[in-house]
Design a protein around this ligand. Structure first.
Ligand code: XMP
Length: 579
């Protein structure tokens, strides 16, 4: 389906969010590299240039084909896109004295089709350093903020528009109106996109690609592969679609049963003994990942060969979704995930032969959920948070030594450096550092300030409950054992049950086990609820106090648990998972 709108990706973290917002307004949009030649954009009803971290003044920064501004197609530049439009059309872009991050008040000085229905001073979300000091010839300034003389501009005759703020984020309340004005009033787009209404086309597409061949799937139990598998089942029937689910023994409580109940025809391969055996005694986080990846390769290869799926009668179905297919969109992790699950030698061979079907490759996660809902899949499957392929193993931390916590000199009272290390991402580099534990929730932003000050830590947690004072707990040698995985599984199940409603309001909520406790109760639980758009960056979220108390109360009943901590760290500097 040809897109009505193309979002040119200048490297902004919100690029996909723009395309999603456009689609949510019922208009099919796709993302393309910023340098896409104007000739390839012919036929679009409109073009949006995304934000990005670079400065238009820096050599080699992302640019667009300037011919798009003369093509008659309406163009909206957002943030970096706004500056780039000004720069390429010979306006004046200045290096900002200091950036403008967060809320700003937009004062409107001029009417425009773009701002129809937007009146008075408006709260908008800004995140930029450079500013447009003077718009190019032919443009009017539409509005200003305290630090931004050209916060919005328009050349109505040429249908060129720029906004320094981000209309695509929820923090810009008038953003939907602005995008809708651009799509419908300025570009003349039609409603052509309703993901849930695509099911018939998707099924026809599957039948067309498959021809007289059958499809096999490795179903993970996650939303994407489940929806893709269901579509294929509907298109070709259970005789022609084989699905296998590999039980690694590292799944959450009830996971395998849920998959079994929902898909009675799915083949369930119990490989838990194999996975747990290979992980016995391992403590290093990267080694854990490596072993699990290797086990997946072996299991998948064995199934592929034993079932003769490699002959010409079969194609492979995969649950790949849109951000995974776009170079700059998928997270670096997406590549890693594929190495683990979707790129074993046999599968690689099928990919090279073009024997792959990925029915959801132009869908975003929320659209996949809409399709799943329409297909009648249960909410328990559809609404679930992303869950990492290596499962509970990366949330069960290990230790080789016996160490006590130290009082932190940086926190006047009630701060300890815990002898547990976890993975972080600081200045784009992986770090593996200790954790600062506070005895009470700090004032807002204090956690971020403390991390920046204390070089030896990359995470801050609050000690919510401990069986004994924190200074009397110890980190003791611990590896990945069936007993510890089961302990984590029970703790996770409690949190999942009690936080069911809260889960709907956030992006992901890992529950982590750390080897920090007493002799009789050797582990503690860390709660890690976060909000995110794509997992690349994340914000720690505080849960309601009464819910926290309920969770802590029940976690105290789990055998072997000596404490509950609450992770307050954003990503960066910490990763979402602890590893
Ligand atoms: P981090 O911990 O890097 O995680 O901040 C970002 C997001 O990626 C998920 N994740 C994975 N998903 N296989 C997956 O399918 C993996 O190996 C993997 N590692 C991390 C993580 O849960 C979070 O949503």
């Amino acid at each position: 389906m040809p897109p009505q709108i193309t979002v040119l990706d200048a490297g902004g973290q919100y690029c996909h969010l723009i395309a999603r917002r456009v689609r949510n307004l019922g208009v099919y949009a796709e993302v393309a590299p910023s340098e896409t030649p104007a000739s390839q954009l012919a036929g679009r009803k409109g073009i949006i240039i995304s934000g990005g971290p670079a400065s238009v003044r820096a050599p080699g920064s992302p640019t667009v084909d300037p011919a798009i501004f003369d093509s008659g197609t309406p163009v909206l530049g957002i943030c970096y896109g706004h500056q780039l439009m000004a720069w390429l059309l010979r306006g004046n872009v200045q290096k900002g004295d200091h950036g403008e991050y967060g809320f700003a008040l937009l004062d409107l000085s001029h009417r425009s089709r773009l701002l129809k229905g937007v009146d008075g001073p408006q709260q908008v979300w800004m995140s930029h350093f450079d500013t447009v000091a003077e718009p190019p010839e032919g443009f009017e300034t539409l509005g200003t903020t305290e630090t931004c003389t050209v916060a919005a501009m328009a050349d109505e005759a040429r249908k060129l528009y720029g906004v320094q703020f981000h209309p695509e984020v929820a923090h810009t309340p008038c953003g939907q109106t602005i995008l809708s004005n651009f799509l419908f009033d300025i570009c003349g787009c039609e409603h052509d996109w309703d993901p849930a209404g695509q099911i018939v086309q998707l099924e026809n597409h599957i039948r067309e690609v498959a021809g007289n061949r059958n499809i096999f799937f490795f179903v993970s139990g996650g939303v994407d592969s489940t929806v893709a598998y269901t579509l294929c089942l509907r298109a070709l029937g259970p005789d022609r679609v084989h699905g296998t689910y590999v039980d690694t023994g590292l799944m959450r409580d009830g996971e395998t049963e849920l998959v079994r109940t929902n898909f009675p025809s799915l083949h369930i391969e119990d490989d838990s003994a194999r996975f747990l055996g290979a992980l016995a005694g391992v403590t290093d986080p990267e080694k854990k990942r490596h072993i699990i990846g290797h086990q997946f390769v072996e299991v998948q290869q064995r199934i592929l060969e034993s079932e003769h799926y490699l002959d010409g009668h079969w194609i492979l179905g995969q649950g790949t979704i849109y951000p995974d297919t776009i170079e700059s969109g998928g997270t670096a992790k997406a590549d890693l995930i594929k190495t683990h699950h979707n790129r074993v030698a046999g599968i690689q061979k099928l990919i090279e032969q073009g024997r792959i079907i990925e029915p959801l490759s132009s869908f975003y996660k929320d659209e996949v959920r809409a399709v799943g809902r329409e297909l009648g899949l249960p909410d328990a499957l559809i609404e679930r948070h992303p869950f990492p392929g290596p499962g509970l193993a990366i949330r069960c931390l290990c230790s080789t030594e016996s160490v006590a916590p130290e009082a932190s000199h940086e926190v006047s009272k009630g701060g300890w450096i815990l002898p547990v290390r976890s993975v972080g991402v600081q200045g784009d580099e992986r770090t593996y550092r200790r954790v600062l534990a506070l005895d009470k929730f700090p004032a807002e932003d204090e956690a971020a300030r403390l991390i920046n000050r204390i070089a030896t830590v990359n995470r801050i947690v609050v000690s919510v409950w401990t069986a004994r004072p924190v200074e009397e707990l110890l980190a003791a040698p611990a590896s990945l054992t069936a007993e510890r995985i089961e302990r984590l599984r029970r703790a996770d199940a409690i949190v999942r049950r009690l936080a069911h409603d809260f889960d709907q309001t956030i992006w992901q909520f890992p529950v982590v086990l750390i080897p920090f406790g007493t002799e009789e109760k050797p582990d503690a639980v860390v709660l890690r609820p976060i909000d995110s758009v794509d997992g690349m960056t994340a914000r720690a979220v505080r849960m309601p106090e009464d819910l926290l108390q309920k969770i802590v109360c029940e976690l105290q009943t789990v055998e072997g648990i000596a404490g509950v901590f609450y992770d307050l760290t954003n990503k960066p500097p910490a990763t979402i998972e602890w590893e």
